[in-house]
Write a protein that binds this ligand. Structure first.
Ligand SMILES: Nc1nc2c(ncn2[C@@H]2O[C@H](COP(=O)(O)OP(=O)(O)OP(=O)(O)O)[C@@H](O)[C@H]2O)c(=O)[nH]1
Ligand SMILES: [Mg+2]
Length: 291
C-alpha cells in the first residue's frame, strides 16, 4: 500500500485568474465566492480535500496586487501568511495575461517550495498563447510541472491533483476527514452577501463595501440572520438601497437563496446599510470587518 500523503497547497496568482473557481472545483463545494470582477477574494480560506491516500489543504488567497490602501495591505498580508506555511505553490495563470509580468509576480513570492503552474481558462485561450506561457515558465527553477486547465469546465483537474499529490510529503492527515474549512458559518454568510454586491453593483462600488453578520440565530423553523453592509460614503448608501429599496431587496433575495442552499435551512435575512467614512484606510474598522 502506498504511504498516506498530506500537505498545504497555497493557491496564488493575479486577481481574477480563477483561484477561487479552481479551489471550489477541486473541492466540489462552493466555499469561495467568485465574480467577473478582480479583487473579489479578501481573506485566505482553507479548503480541505481528503481522499483515501491523501489530504490536501488548499488555501485560496487574494490576487496579488500593488497596494493602494490599507485594505490592500491586509489582503497582501493574507497572501504572505499562506506563503509561510505552504508545501507546494499552486500558481494560477490566466492564459490571456502577460506571462513576463506573471513571472515577476511568481519571483516576487520568493518561495523555495516546488511550484505547479496551472494555465487556466484554456477554453478561451489560443494554442499560441498557451505555448508562450508554457515556454517561459518551463525555464523557472522551482517549477515542477505545468498543466493546462479550465477551472470553469473542470478540464484536467484530475491531472492537476495527481501532480500536486506527487509533491506532497508522506504525512498523516492534519485534519479529520469531515473538516472542510477553517472559517465559521458567519464568514461564509457575509461572503455570499458580498458576492451579490460584486454582481449587482457597478464599477467601483463593490470595492467600497464590507459585510458583517451581526446576528445569526437558529430558530425552530428557520435561521434568522441580520447583516450590515458597510460603505465609505453617504452617496454610496443611496445607490445600494436603490429606488424605493429595489437594489437592497434584490441583494437580499439573491443572497438568501445562496445561504439557504449552503446551510440547507430556510433563512430570514435582514440587511442594513451603514456609512463608515473611508473605512478601507481605518485600522479599527478593518479589524471589525474581519481584515
Ligand atoms: N472562461 C473561463 N473563465 C473562468 C475560468 N476560471 C475562472 N473563470 C472566470 O474568471 C472570473 C474570476 O474568477 P475567480 O475565481 O473569482 O478569480 P480569482 O482568481 O479568485 O479572483 P480574485 O479573488 O479577485 O483574486 C470569473 O468570472 C470566473 O467565472 C475558466 O477556466 N474559463
Ligand atoms: Mg478569488
Amino acid at each position: 500500500m502506498s504511504e498516506f500523503k498530506s500537505g498545504f497547497v497555497g493557491i496564488f496568482g493575479k486577481p481574477n485568474a480563477g483561484k477561487s473557481t479552481l479551489m471550489n472545483a477541486l473541492l466540489g463545494e462552493k466555499l469561495a465566492i467568485v465574480s467577473p470582477k478582480a479583487q473579489t477574494t479578501r481573506n485566505k480560506i482553507l479548503g480541505i480535500l481528503t481522499e483515501k491516500n491523501y489530504q490536501i489543504i488548499f488555501s485560496d488567497t487574494p490576487g496579488i496586487l500593488k497596494s493602494n490602501y490599507k485594505l490592500h495591505d491586509r489582503m497582501m498580508k493574507e497572501v504572505d501568511a499562506v506563503k509561510q506555511g505552504t508545501d507546494v505553490v499552486l500558481f494560477i495563470v490566466d492564459v490571456k495575461d502577460d506571462p513576463e509580468e506573471l513571472m515577476l509576480l511568481l519571483d516576487g513570492l520568493k518561495t523555495n517550495q516546488p511550484v505547479v503552474i496551472a494555465i487556466n481558462k484554456i477554453d478561451k485561450g489560443k494554442p499560441v498563447q498557451i505555448e508562450r506561457v508554457r515556454n517561459l515558465f518551463s525555464t523557472h527553477k522551482h517549477v515542477k510541472s505545468i498543466l493546462e486547465i479550465s477551472a470553469l469546465n473542470r478540464t484536467h483537474l484530475d491531472l492537476l491533483l495527481q501532480e500536486i499529490v506527487k509533491l506532497l510529503p508522506a504525512m498523516p492527515a492534519y485534519y479529520d476527514e469531515d473538516t472542510l474549512t477553517d472559517k465559521p458559518m458567519r464568514f461564509f454568510v457575509a461572503e455570499m452577501i458580498r458576492e451579490k454586491l460584486f454582481f449587482l453593483l457597478d464599477e467601483e462600488l463593490p470595492y467600497h463595501t464590507a459585510v458583517v453578520v451581526s446576528q445569526y440565530q437558529e430558530k425552530d423553523t428557520l435561521t434568522k440572520i441580520v447583516a450590515e453592509i458597510v460603505v465609505s460614503r453617504e452617496s454610496q448608501k443611496a445607490i445600494l438601497i436603490g429606488k424605493g429599496g429595489s437594489m437592497i431587496k434584490q441583494i437580499g433575495q439573491d443572497a438568501r437563496k445562496d445561504i439557504e442552499a449552503f446551510i440547507d435551512r430556510k433563512v430570514f435575512l435582514e440587511l442594513h446599510v451603514k456609512v463608515r467614512k473611508d473605512w478601507r484606510n481605518n485600522d479599527l474598522y478593518l479589524k471589525e470587518y474581519g481584515y
